[in-house]
Design a protein around this ligand. Structure first.
Ligand code: HEC
Ligand code: HEC
Length: 299
């Protein structure tokens, strides 16, 4: 879902000419690009540029601040713990995870990669209305849902240390991202409907040719010594459940198109991505916890 649709408000040409320099001027009060700040990191200047480009409609991606800028204080400790939970959920988020996946298996590069559900693009967009539960959701609640569905586990309490640490980590990655602006690279791109139905049989052939070498012919992936996966499973009882975002064919196709095969993003055609997604989502996986086991068995 290339969610970026240009600035939320469409500025007339004249207004735009006035508006952008104004934004730049206001921003430069907060982020003076002076040499004295250089050692702090180049990030603030970079953010200003990204935001300015963004307002002009250019799609440059936000670059999350480097690890070396995590402060050495209690907040920084929480950020570091949050990153561990994000990348080794099966270990540090064990209490709530129902499978051996990690958040970072789907939110690539530890939540930094654009078009792979980057965390920095999410922070400023919550609270947000979700059809899934028909109300406005906080970022904490959104994360609870990934625990419930993608991790096939349990929702951590809002004050659980794991959830707080994840929020600190996401907050850190989002430094410099404006609130309420749908940043380019958010979520996963929308694959354009090709006009021909996704064909799981063709998808199976693509799967065997381009995916099975890592994820396995049986979709079970490969475990890593010490926990988690070297190659995560795409179906079976240790995968995401039927209520998860990835269980939606279009969304899964978008993820695949922009990120898989690993190291060869954007190499599949839209039709191939839709076909292989249909193939994957036809396989067995845990039921949707909202529906109950019996109904899930017959889905
Ligand atoms: C099996 C894949 C998978 C796993 C594992 C997973 N997620 Fe997600 N996550 C998704 C999908 C799919 C979406 C929906 C993206 C969309 O709707 O654009 C999503 C959305 C999100 C969002 C909202 C993003 C936005 O831009 O609004 C957040 C925050 C999030 N996940 C956090 C997490 C955290 C934290 C974990 C680990 C506890 C996690 N996810 C584990 C697949 C996954
Ligand atoms: C070179 C190995 C490799 C190949 C080939 C590959 N993947 Fe992946 N895939 C990975 C890795 C590794 C991850 C997890 C990414 C991470 O943790 O950084 C992943 C993650 C995924 C995920 C999300 C995580 C999950 O468990 O649901 C999906 C879906 C996926 N791949 C689908 C595919 C599809 C479809 C293909 C073929 C078009 C493919 N992959 C080819 C290595 C590979």
């Amino acid at each position: 879902m290339q969610r970026f649709r240009g600035p939320a408000v469409s500025f007339g040409g004249h207004f735009r000419e006035k508006f952008i320099p104004l934004v730049m001027a206001v921003l430069s009060c907060f982020y003076p690009g002076t040499a004295s700040l250089a050692q702090d990191s180049v990030a603030p200047v970079e953010h200003t540029r990204v935001l300015a480009d963004h307002l002009k409609g250019a799609s440059r991606y936000h670059v999350a601040p480097g690890e070396d800028t995590i402060p050495n204080d209690k907040y920084g400790d929480d950020v570091r713990l949050g990153k561990k939970i994000f990348t080794e959920t099966y270990k540090y988020g064990r209490r709530y995870a129902g499978n051996d996946l990690a958040c970072a298996n789907c939110h690539l590069e530890a939540g930094r990669r654009p078009n792979a559900g980057p965390m920095w693009a999410a922070y400023g967009m919550y609270p947000a209305y979700r059809e899934k539960n028909d109300r406005s959701n906080s970022l904490e609640e959104r994360i609870q849902q990934c625990f419930l569905f993608s991790m096939n586990g349990f929702a951590p309490a809002l004050d659980a240390p794991e959830l707080r640490a994840l929020i600190s980590y996401i907050h850190f990655l989002s430094r410099g991202v404006p609130i309420g602006i749908d940043m380019p690279g958010r979520g996963y791109p929308q694959v354009v409907r090709t006009g021909s139905d996704p064909n799981p049989k063709r998808g199976g052939d693509t799967y065997k040719a381009k995916c099975a070498s890592c994820h396995g012919v049986n979709g079970a992936g490969e475990k890593k010594a010490g926990g988690g996966y070297t190659w995560p499973p795409l179906w079976g009882m240790d995968s995401y459940n039927k209520g998860a975002g990835m269980a939606g064919n279009d969304l899964l196709a978008g993820f695949i198109k922009a990120n898989m095969p690993l190291g060869q993003p954007w190499s599949l055609t839209d039709q191939e991505a839709l076909d292989v997604a249909a193939y994957i989502n036809l396989q067995i996986r845990p039921y949707d916890p909202r529906k109950g086991l019996l109904k899930g068995l017959f889905d």
